[in-house]
Design a binder for this molecule. Structure first.
Ligand code: ATP
Length: 364
C-alpha cells in the first residue's frame, strides 16, 4: 500500500448492496485517477447470504478487517427469507455500529437540482438538512432483549450522558462546518418528546451547556410529532437535527421521501475513531437483481467518506474529490439523468456512466 493510500474495507452485502457498490467503486476509480488519490479496497464478506452459507453474518476476521481499515464502505445487508433461529433479522451493520461505537448517524437530506420535486412548494428545491441519529442506544438499547410475556411486552429506552454529550458536540461541529461551507449561519434543532418523557428532558439538560459553548450557532428544540409535520410543511427551514435512535430511524425515511426516495439518501455512521459509510436504504428485495437500483445514495456516501478522511488529516485532494462527486451527481441529474425510482429509464449501469461522464467533463 502507498504511504498516502487509504485502506477501505468494502462490505457490499446483500440484494442491491453489491449492485450499488459496484457502481460506486467504478466511480471511485475514476475519482482516484482524476484527483491523484489512492484508495486500497478490500472486499469483505458479510450479511444474510453469508450467514446462510457459512453460519455467521460477520466473522471475527471480517470484523477485524473492518475495524482495522481507515474507513468502511457498506452496501446494504439483510434478506427477508433469511432469519436467525429466533426469527430476528440478519443485520451485521447494527453489530458494527454497536461494536465500533458508531454513535452518530449522519443522514444528509438534500434535494438534487434537476430531480422532480416531491413537494409542490417552490422552496422544495432548497431542502438541505441533516438528520443526526444517535445510533447505539435510545429505544434500540434493548434490541433482541426486550421482554415478552403472554400479557405484556417491554423494551427499554436508554440515553447515557456520555453518548448524548458526544452527539451534541457532533451536532454543533456539523452545523459549524455546514455554515462555513454554505456561507450562512448554522442552526441545531434537537428533536425530542420532552413534554412526555423524562429521558428527553435529560437530553435537553445535556445539550444546553454544549449549545451555550456555540453562541454563533442558533439552537432550539422541536417535539418529534411536530417535526414530522414540519418536515413535510417547511423542510427547507431546518439545518442539523439531532435525535434519539428510533426517531432518527423513522424521520430519515421521511426525509428520503422528500427528495425522491431511498436511492438519494446517503449516510455515515461515525464514532470517535471509526467511520462507516452506507446508503440509507436497505437491500430492496423488490428490485434486487433487475439492474434498476439507483446508485446515487451509495455514491454520495462515498463522497462523505472522502470528506471524513480529509478531515481526519487525509488532505485537500480528498476534500476536492468529495466535492467533485457531489457536483458530478448534481450535474448528471441537471443534464437529464432520470433513474427508475423517479420515473426514468436509466438503470444502475446507465446512471453510473452518466455520473462518471459528468465527473470527467468537470474541471479538475
Ligand atoms: P430495511 O428494513 O433494510 O431498511 P426496507 O425494505 O424497509 O429495508 P429498503 O430496502 O430501503 O427498505 O426499500 C424501501 C423502498 O425503497 C423499496 O421499494 C425499494 O425498492 C426502494 N429503494 C431502496 N433503495 C433503492 C435504490 N437504491 N434505488 C431505487 N429504489 C430503492
Amino acid at each position: 500500500m502507498l504511504a498516502n493510500s487509504h485502506d477501505i474495507a468494502v462490505l457490499a452485502g446483500d440484494g442491491i448492496g453489491p449492485e450499488v457498490m459496484e457502481a460506486t467503486l467504478e466511480l471511485l476509480r475514476a475519482v482516484e485517477q482524476k484527483h491523484g488519490i489512492s484508495l486500497a479496497f478490500t472486499a469483505t464478506r458479510a450479511g444474510a447470504f453469508c450467514y446462510k452459507e457459512t453460519g455467521t453474518d460477520l466473522s471475527d476476521e471480517a470484523f477485524e478487517r473492518a475495524a482495522r481499515a481507515d474507513a468502511i464502505l457498506l452496501g446494504a445487508m439483510g434478506w427477508p427469507g433469511i432469519r436467525r433461529a429466533d426469527g430476528t433479522e440478519i443485520a451485521p451493520q447494527i453489530t458494527l455500529r454497536q461494536r465500533l461505537d458508531l454513535y452518530a448517524g449522519v443522514r444528509p437530506i438534500r434535494a438534487i437540482p434537476g430531480t422532480p420535486a416531491v413537494l409542490a412548494h417552490p422552496r422544495a428545491k432548497e431542502i438541505d438538512f441533516v438528520i443526526l441519529r444517535e445510533s447505539t442506544e435510545g429505544l434500540f438499547f434493548s434490541k433482541d432483549q426486550g421482554i415478552v410475556s403472554a400479557d405484556w411486552a417491554e423494551e427499554t429506552l436508554r440515553l447515557t450522558r456520555r453518548t448524548t454529550e458526544r452527539l451534541a458536540r457532533t451536532a454543533f461541529r456539523l452545523a459549524a462546518h455546514r455554515a462555513a461551507q454554505r456561507g450562512r449561519p448554522g442552526r441545531v434543532t434537537l428533536v425530542d418528546k420532552a413534554n412526555v418523557f423524562r429521558a428527553f428532558a435529560f437530553m435537553r439538560e445535556v445539550f444546553a451547556p454544549i449549545a451555550a459553548e456555540h453562541p454563533d450557532i442558533a439552537y432550539d428544540q422541536h417535539y418529534v410529532d411536530a417535526m414530522a409535520l414540519d418536515l413535510v410543511r417547511r423542510p427547507w427551514a431546518f439545518d442539523v437535527l439531532p435525535m434519539e435512535n428510533m426517531f432518527g430511524d423513522i424521520l430519515s425515511d421521511l426525509g428520503a421521501g422528500l427528495i425522491g426516495g431511498m436511492g438519494f439518501a446517503p449516510s455515515a455512521d461515525l464514532g470517535d475513531t471509526h467511520g462507516l459509510f452506507q446508503p440509507s436504504h436497505g437491500t430492496a428485495p423488490d428490485i434486487a437483481g433487475q439492474g434498476v437500483a439507483n446508485p446515487t445514495a451509495c455514491m454520495l456516501s462515498a463522497a462523505m467518506m472522502l470528506e471524513w478522511l480529509a478531515m481526519k488529516g487525509g488532505g485537500q485532494r480528498l476534500l476536492d474529490a468529495a466535492t467533485d462527486i457531489r457536483e458530478a451527481v448534481d450535474h448528471a441529474f441537471a443534464e437529464g439523468l432520470r433513474t427508475p425510482d423517479i420515473g426514468g429509464g436509466a438503470g444502475t449501469v446507465a446512471a453510473t456512466r452518466a455520473v462518471i461522464s459528468a465527473l470527467r467533463r468537470r474541471p479538475g
